[in-house]
Design a protein around this ligand. Structure first.
Ligand code: F6R
Length: 614
């Protein structure tokens, strides 16, 4: 969850950069850095491992002199937190400084190519390939902005990048690729700024432009110029952010729910950051102080949670069995606590809770504690009660989730559960480096692919408009997609007040099939996985009763397209991670149906964000 800040104008840049990064503090960080270009052409870079205040106090009595600069707070992905690995990163000549949010998925290949061409690298980061690529294109006499456009053409993954160069004083260039964090440009009088999020800009200006996917901008003190990925000029007019702080926090989105759906590529990326090591495959979870011996003793895992968190836990169960090879069960916390469960010292209880304050989940955890089980919680809120009861925590790094109905914390919890299963498999010696590499490689691609799905909002909106008048929906799934079907139905109920059931497709014939007619659309999740044939039969059974089928399927599944009335294709992904890509379209579907029906989306009737009563 990196924070990005840039300034060009007439005021001293250093204090503005540090203040802006401080306003992005909720993003968390393990190191921070700034680069400032002095009027005499000197580029000074200051970087420190640790919190922003470490950097701030290191430069407090010797602020770098200059009126343009860039700043960054880092959460490590490639390379441990250290002074060297902190951003900004420079090229071989020291002319170019870069800050970056994202993962360069093909960095190893690029690093080898650049090293062979004579570039020397000083950090362990994936980011460092960016200044060296820029150096290469600038060496071909390209303009800074063209060099950046060519550079992003070489990078795989999703990125937000800001560049400054000694050879191009008074100019910052920036680009956004995909949805791994945004870039907002703030228009001041005789100065301009940019940041990864609005709060850093609001003390200076309320006139902003949000950069879209694959757009590039050049920012000087008096002018901002935009291009698309082909280098065609774009006209973009700044919008005025209203004074009301709630609207300001929503940015350009109409509702927090929509904003939070859109933030998923970034929150997933942030949940992975610094934990999954891709080059020498390994998973590190920073808040699990359990020894290898303690983890080796675990014979059974019990997952507990409520609502959306319970659905994430159901996916976690698949991970635990298939990745870590540990028998696993999942239970609704409100049932579990009253069931007189048998929990032994060889049981690991994994609770999932966005808030960490849900009363039933806490009660289940207390019971597990009383019976001496080891506990790990997947949680979004630091210091919450769940994190205090558990022996270990895997934080989802979503920032605040304001919409009452959970969206980004669901996909981040699924990501955290995947990491936890890899971690346990690794700690218990069950998965070797090769298998771990095979599990982590598709994980690195998830933020980018999630971004590709969020870009298709208009398609999901059109479908929602065709179906917003129906009053009953059935969601069907099997295996790892069953929790997604249940989560899809829950979202629809919560925000649009439409009756919806999430059901195991195999169970349909045992009762629910009696409900099917033209008035009850069926949403069937039928990816090309080992459940495909079974799901196709279920779809046939629905069609035979004149039901309308909206199917979620794998790209290019013609057979499905021929059977279903509507198909939403999701990206090709590892079957274990595919629930993330089937969930996002269903979130959009619920959102747009609710919008069409005029519901109170961010605060649906009768619901509360955190349920602290039984
Ligand atoms: C669904 C939703 C609720 C929560 C449930 C558990 O959109 O928000 O179903 O998932 O109340 O809350 P946490 O995760 O805070 O324990």
């Amino acid at each position: 969850m990196c924070g990005i800040m840039g300034y060009v104008g007439s005021r001293p840049a250093g204090p503005i950069l540090i203040d802006g990064l401080g306003r992005l503090e909720y993003r968390g960080y393990d190191s921070a850095g700034i680069a400032v270009l002095a009027e005499n052409g000197g580029l000074s870079i200051h970087k420190r491992v640790g919190k922003l205040e470490t950097l701030a106090s290191a430069i407090a009595d010797r602020w770098p002199n200059g009126h343009e600069g860039i700043g960054h707070t880092r959460w490590a992905t490639h390379g441990k937190p250290s002074d060297i690995n902190a951003h900004p990163h420079a090229d071989c000549t020291g002319d170019v400084a870069v800050i970056h949010n994202g993962i360069v998925e093909n960095y190893l290949e690029l690093k080898t190519e650049l090293a062979t061409a004579g570039h020397s690298f000083s950090s362990e980061t994936d980011t460092e390939v960016i200044p060296h690529l820029l150096e290469h294109y600038l060496g071909e006499n390209e303009e800074l902005v063209t060099a950046l456009r060519k550079t992003i053409g070489r990078l795989e993954g999703a990125h937000a990048i800001v560049v400054m160069s000694r050879q191009h004083p008074g100019t910052l260039v920036t680009a956004r690729v995909g949805n791994a964090g945004g870039v907002v440009i703030g228009y001041g009088g005789g100065e301009n700024l940019l940041a990864s999020d609005l709060p850093a800009l609001l003390p200076h200006t309320r006139r902003v432009v949000f950069l879209n996917d694959r757009e590039v901008a050049q920012v000087t003190a008096t002018r901002v110029t935009y291009w698309d990925s082909e280098g065609r000029p774009l006209e973009k007019e700044p919008q005025e952010i209203p004074y009301d702080s709630v609207s300001a926090a929503k940015g350009q989105h109409k509702h927090f729910m929509l904003k939070e759906i859109m933030e998923q590529p970034e929150s997933i990326l942030d949940t992975i950051r610094g934990r999954a090591q891709f080059d020498t495959p390994a998973v590190q979870l920073e808040d699990i102080p359990l020894s290898k011996e303690q983890l080796a003793k675990v014979r059974r895992v019990v997952f507990v949670g409520m609502g959306t968190s319970l659905h994430a836990a159901m996916i976690g169960r698949h991970y635990m069995e298939r990745i870590a090879g540990i028998p696993a069960e999942v239970d609704n916390a409100s049932e579990y606590r009253y069931r007189a469960p048998i929990i032994g010292a060889d049981t690991l209880v994994v609770s999932v809770s966005q808030s960490g304050e849900t009363v039933d989940t806490l009660a289940a955890m207390e019971e597990a504690k009383r019976q001496g089980a080891l506990q790990i919680t997947i949680c979004n809120v630091a210091g919450s009660q769940a994190t205090r009861i558990a022996d270990g925590v895997v934080y989802t790094r979503c920032g605040l989730e304001i919409g009452v109905c959970s969206t980004k914390t669901f996909t981040a919890s699924v990501t955290a559960l995947y990491l936890l299963a890899c971690y346990l498999g690794q700690a218990r010696g069950l998965i070797d480096k090769e298998r771990l590499g095979g599990l982590l490689e598709p994980l690195a691609r998830v933020p980018y692919l999630a971004g590709e799905v969020t870009k298709r909002e208009a398609e999901f909106e059109r479908l929602a408009h065709q179906f917003h008048r129906y009053n009953n929906f059935l969601y069907l799934g099997r295996g790892i997609q069953l929790p997604v079907a249940m989560e899809g139905a829950l979202k629809l109920k919560e925000v649009s007040y439409i009756h919806a059931e999430g059901y195991p497709a195999g169970e349909m014939k045992h009762g629910a099939i009696a409900l099917i007619d033209r008035e009850m659309p069926v949403i069937a999740i039928a990816l090309k996985d080992d459940m495909h044939d079974k799901m196709m039969s279920n779809i046939e059974q629905v069609k035979a009763r004149e039901g309308t089928v909206i199917a979620l399927g794998s790209e290019g599944d013609e057979e499905l397209a021929a059977k279903a009335d509507h198909v939403i294709y999701v990206p090709e992904a590892s079957p274990l991670l595919s629930p993330i890509f089937t969930t996002i379209p269903l979130q959009f579907f619920s959102y747009h149906i609710a919008l069409r029906r005029g519901c109170d989306i961010d605060q649906p009737r009768n619901l509360a964000k955190t349920v602290t009563v039984e």
